[in-house]
Write a protein that binds this ligand. Structure first.
Ligand SMILES: [Cu+2]
Length: 541
């Protein structure tokens, strides 16, 4: 079964190369506007291990954008990495960027006691964050505070996935503080899939499967954002939807048939509000998974429950997986789009864009097929979190300086500081604790809270309406690793919007890691802090 699937994927890889109308010789090839959407090439673990050699490359496109990408030795760009719970993901990274001029060496961003890779950051530095994975933050695993791989260097990751990792969609991207936005805008990102979601949600078994990676990039010519000019252009599986033409990509989909769409918002900065419209009518999307966890699977049976929605708000770095039905023959116009979003007076101009027009599929429609059910769902991490006693309450807030050049995330009572790898931890807790965190947004633009290493349970979204935003009902009670906190409207009679989430430190992941705003422009300008989880040394009774 797997070999047939791999053969099919090999054909898709070939198709990708053949339909790429420009940049075929570029180290970071891209499709031309209006191309058919193809699933990214995929690699699968075998006998508990997926080993992949990635080189990190940089080039410039025809419009002058700086592109970044991860490619395998045969030139395959941004492969989707498929693993199973308990697997090891071994990634050997070679940094192929040229040596930067000495003047570009930046302030040392780590300290000698905790070097992981190189000790000094420069303009070429890269590392990889395995976003959403519930794995160790130790060096050579999902460590981003100190890990630096510089020009010409190689570095090996060995990521040990826990045996109880939830099945679903995760992703990988560079995470060097100060240059993370540039790298992600350049396109250096890809999907990770923990296989087995069909065992939690049998409704997806055997369905055509699309992995859809939405990225953002600079608008060519750098016009001032506003009105019809978006802050960032979008791409869908590397098919650009570029201002001013905004030509959509094309999804070829069988008429009326159901498909399983797995969407990662791999944007550096752009918030999405996804919708499928047939002749102007919003179609029902049946949510299967959010941020890598099957929805509704936390009730003790572990069996997922579908959640119907008409649109879904997807902050940068979030993932949504859903079932959608293709248009029937009577539908004249079918679109996959992102709606316009008000991100606040200081926020980006996230305009409405049609990402793809959906047309009747024939022959190779760019999808693959999801596996059949093979067994029962496994007991996932974070089980029973809703009813577990809470040991600590914490209050944090997002804020900015007056000129929007410094961005902060601060524990109530502490002094706001921009991130530095040498900052002491803002929060220290102990393995085994369960904490309720309230996170407030005091700024006049959206911020998007991300927590590394663990998922949190969404308890409430407060004061959204008074500030002109609606809570996303589908995420209540779900496990997420990303959550949007909308802008404060500046009206002193309106309380700050906030969310309340439950953090689960009962798992094995100890050490230092980070939480931050996942609008990477904000993260690069300081909106990140360190949490330290101390090992629980209390003897078990
Ligand atoms: Cu932010």
């Amino acid at each position: 079964m797997k070999s047939i699937r791999q053969l099919f994927l090999a054909i898709v890889v070939v198709a990708c190369v053949h339909t790429s109308a420009y940049g075929q010789t570029s180290p970071c090839p891209r499709f031309s506007p209006g191309s058919n959407v193809q699933n990214p090439p995929a690699l699968f673990s075998e006998e508990g291990t997926l080993k992949v050699n990635l080189s990190y490359n940089r080039t410039t496109d025809a419009d002058g954008r700086t592109l970044y990408c991860f490619t395998t030795s045969d030139g395959t760009e941004s492969p989707t990495l498929h693993v199973r719970p308990g697997d090891h993901l071994i990634v050997n990274v070679k940094n192929n960027l040229p040596t930067p001029a000495p003047a570009s060496a930046m302030k040392m961003s780590t300290n000698a006691a905790t070097v992981c890779g190189d000790a000094t950051m420069d303009a070429s530095s890269v590392n990889i964050h395995y976003h959403g994975t519930n794995v160790s933050p130790a060096c050579h695993q999902d460590e981003v505070i100190h890990t630096l791989i510089n020009s010409g260097q190689t570095f090996s990751y060995n990521i040990a996935f826990p045996t109880d990792e939830p099945p679903g969609l995760y992703w990988y991207h560079p995470h060097v503080h100060g240059i993370a936005e540039t790298a992600v805008l350049g396109g250096a990102s890809g999907a990770i899939i923990v296989d087995g979601i069909e065992n939690f949600q049998p409704a997806v078994a055997g369905l055509p499967e699309r992995v859809l990676v939405v990225r953002d990039q600079n608008v060519a010519g750098q016009p001032m954002p506003g009105g019809a000019v978006p802050s960032w252009d979008l791409t869908l599986n590397y098919v650009p939807i570029a201002y001013p033409a905004l030509t959509p990509a094309v999804i070829r989909m069988n008429q009326g048939g159901q498909e399983f769409w797995r969407v990662v918002n791999a944007s550096a900065d752009t918030i999405l509000d996804l919708q499928v419209l047939y002749d102007g009518k919003a179609q029902t999307l049946l949510l299967v998974g959010l941020d890598g966890v099957p929805v509704g699977s936390q009730d003790g049976t572990h069996q997922g429950q579908l959640i119907p929605v008409k649109d879904f708000r997807l902050p940068p770095a979030s993932r949504v997986e859903f079932i959608v039905s293709g248009p029937t023959s009577s539908v004249k116009t079918a679109q996959f789009l992102t709606q316009a979003i008000n991100t606040g007076v200081f926020g980006d101009n996230d305009t409405q864009r049609t990402l793809a027009t959906i047309v009747g599929g024939e022959g190779d429609d760019g999808s693959t097929k999801l596996a059949a059910v093979t067994g029962q769902p496994w007991k996932p991490r974070f089980a029973d979190l809703a009813t577990t006693p809470v040991t600590t309450q914490r209050h944090l807030y997002f804020s900015e300086n007056a000129t929007q050049t410094q961005f902060f995330i601060t524990v109530d009572g502490q002094t706001p500081v921009v991130f530095s790898a040498s900052n002491p931890p803002a929060v220290i807790t102990t393995q085994g604790s369960v904490e309720d965190w309230t996170i407030e947004n005091q700024a006049k633009e959206n911020h998007e809270f991300h927590f590394h290493q663990i998922h949190f349970l969404v308890l409430s979204q407060d004061n959204f309406q008074t500030n002109g935003s609606q809570p996303v009902q589908a995420i209540q009670g779900q496990l997420m690793d990303m959550i949007e906190i909308p802008y404060w409207d500046g009206n002193v009679n309106h309380p700050f919007p906030s969310v309340k989430v439950r953090m689960d430190f009962r798992g094995p992941d100890i050490g230092d890691f980070v939480y931050h705003c996942h609008i990477l422009n904000h993260e690069d300008q300081g909106m990140m802090a360190i949490i330290r989880v101390l090992p629980n040394t209390t003897p078990k009774k």
